[in-house]
Design a protein around this ligand. Structure first.
Ligand code: KIV
Ligand code: ZN
Length: 555
């Protein structure tokens, strides 16, 4: 990098729009969405999608609810052309879905594009040419007038072929993009758009689409919004056009530019799933749609199977969704930190208990992950940053192990130390194993042999056996219940004097192999306290095992 970047780079000139209105607006409805995955995304892949991958992607986009899908650039390659023909001939396009095709302003390309569309029910023909000073100077070496002539001629070539499509029952919608719009002088952008409108003659009843791309993101999103508002206000016949946004993400603000562009008056948004596309990608439509959703606006797109969608995306494009990608990333609904886990757990419990306010307001979760088909078990994951809340949440949600609060306080730090030593995230099963090792399967120094207790009139006699230090020990004692009788027998056989305090038990699993888990706390006269836990198909035996677990944990 150079010490003074102003020598090499300059700020992007702002649009003069002192009475801009977009900052005071709010979004109240979702735009028309158009997926450009099959074109923009495809063009940017080192290994472009083959026809079967494109078909899989097309079906997935339809399933999400896209009604406009740009399926490619049919004049660009045989694969693109063949794909269009298959969609049309195999009748794979639902009646309410319109396919869109891209073409440059050249007669041979326009001719081939029209051929690729014969027999379709409804299509959008998308014409574009580049308009920015750099493109005019470097790529085309043409004046503004000559660039307008390219656009006008392309529009006319398409218009001349409309009857061929329309006479065979195809409804055609026309779209024009001044490519590199956001880097173009606003007056010139308006002039070229109006020149195309003059050829196509849109009306409020039969609108055309004017797509205003942020082809390469060169300014802050407020500048793009100003450009969109400027066009909406200064374009002749605004009511005859659908203003469409097509942003890229070079400065990392494609989503912001789109949202501000919508405030500025746009009606339609082009983008891709998860932001695939050239360079830093296109706009991520999932994020904008879900941002609408989290503000209570029905997006008209359904991402309630987002994990499956991300898998399809990987299968077809070879790209992966980054773990921090809004809404779709593996980690975006996950808390590792103990305090965050605790807050989420309490927020979810408040909802479960029906005590939450009507609108979603759970700490750290902007939306309910279940709305995207994501599971709560993804929300709380455990590593060395996690606390007792996360450990307890995982044991309960994955195995139904409902630890008493006080036992959570005892086991949490033990689990945390063990996870810290491992130095990585642990699964629910690993946590369960830790709990089992610490409490349930402890068998030293006391190991239960057999247990028997019976009683009348509230007096129970225990006749049991255990091994202690390799020796068989007979345990006999009396109490007001089987546990009390066993405790007395154990103390009589040499265990420290203790009392049983808190006690809780619940079923672990249903069916014939159902087992129960008992949690029980013992206290010694000097104040020492330990929890124990026992598991057995016999609920009484589970409690007896819990007593021995606690005694064994005295060390
Ligand atoms: O980014 C862009 O300008 C485009 C146009 C072809 C619309 O993709
Ligand atoms: Zn683009």
């Amino acid at each position: 990098m150079i010490p003074d970047p102003s020598v090499k780079y300059r700020a992007f000139p702002p649009v003069h729009l002192p009475d801009r209105t977009w900052p005071d607006r709010t979004l109240t409805q979702a735009p028309i969405w158009c997926s450009v995955d099959l074109r923009d995304g495809n063009q940017a892949l080192a290994v472009p999608m083959n026809v079967s991958q494109k078909l899989e992607m097309f079906d997935a986009l339809v399933k999400c609810g896209f009604k406009e899908i740009e399926v490619g650039f049919p004049a660009a390659s045989n694969t693109e052309f063949a794909f269009n023909r298959r969609l049309i001939e195999e009748k794979r396009i639902p009646d309410d879905v319109t396919i869109q095709v891209l073409v440059q302003a050249r007669e041979d390309l326009i001719e081939r594009t029209v051929e690729s569309l014969l027999g379709a029910r409804r299509v959008i023909i998308h014409l574009y040419n580049s308009t920015s000073p750099a493109q005019r100077r470097v790529v085309f070496g043409k004046s503004k007038e000559e660039i307008i002539t390219i656009a006008r001629q392309g529009a006319q070539l398409i218009k001349d072929r409309l009857s061929r499509l329309e006479s065979t029952g195809t409804e055609v919608l026309l779209q024009y993009s001044p490519e590199s719009f956001s880097a173009t002088e606003m007056e010139f952008a308006r002039e070229i758009c109006e020149a195309v409108m003059e050829v196509w003659q849109p009306t409020p009843q039969r609108k055309m689409i004017l797509n205003l791309p942020d082809t390469v993101e060169v300014a802050m999103p407020n500048v793009y919004a100003d450009q969109i508002e400027w066009m909406c206000r200064n374009l002749k016949n605004r009511e005859s056009v659908i203003i469409s946004l097509h942003t890229h993400n070079d400065r990392g603000t494609g989503v912001a530019a789109t949202e501000l562009g919508l405030l500025a008056g746009a009606d339609r948004v082009e983008g891709t799933l998860f932001g695939n596309g050239e360079r830093t990608g296109n706009l991520d439509i999932v994020t904008v749609a879900m941002n609408c959703y989290m503000h209570g606006i029905a997006p008209g797109l359904d991402f309630s199977h987002i994990n499956a969608l991300a898998e399809m995306y990987h299968r077809t494009t070879g790209m992966t969704v980054p773990p921090r990608q809004p809404y779709a990333g593996e980690l975006v609904f996950t808390a590792f930190s103990g305090s965050h886990q605790d807050a989420i757990k309490k927020g979810l419990a408040e909802r479960d208990a029906g005590k939450a306010p009507p609108h979603w307001d759970v700490p750290y979760l902007t939306i309910d992950p279940a709305d995207l088909g994501r599971e709560y078990r993804e929300v709380i994951r455990v590593n060395s940053q996690s606390g007792k809340g996360g450990v307890a949440f995982m044991l309960e949600s994955e195995f139904g192990i409902d630890l008493p609060k006080d036992l959570q306080r005892e086991f949490g730090p033990l689990a945390n130390d063990a996870v810290d030593r491992l130095g990585r995230e642990v699964s629910g099963s690993e946590l369960k194993d830790m709990f089992w090792k610490e409490y349930v399967t402890r068998s030293a120094p006391w190991q239960l042999g057999h247990f028997h207790a019976d009683g009348v009139d509230g007096v129970f006699h225990c006749r049991s056996s255990a091994r202690h230090g390799g020796q068989e020990v007979h345990l006999t004692g009396t109490g007001n219940g089987p546990i009390a009788a066993f405790v007395q027998a154990l103390i009589a056989a040499g265990a420290p004097v203790f009392e049983v305090g808190d006690f809780k038990q619940h079923a672990l699993s249903a069916g014939s192999t159902a087992s129960a888990i008992s949690y029980l706390k013992i206290s010694l006269p000097d104040g020492t306290a330990r929890w124990g836990a026992g598991v057995d198909t016999n609920i009484e035996l589970a409690s007896i095992k819990a007593v021995l677990s606690a005694v064994n944990r005295l060390g």
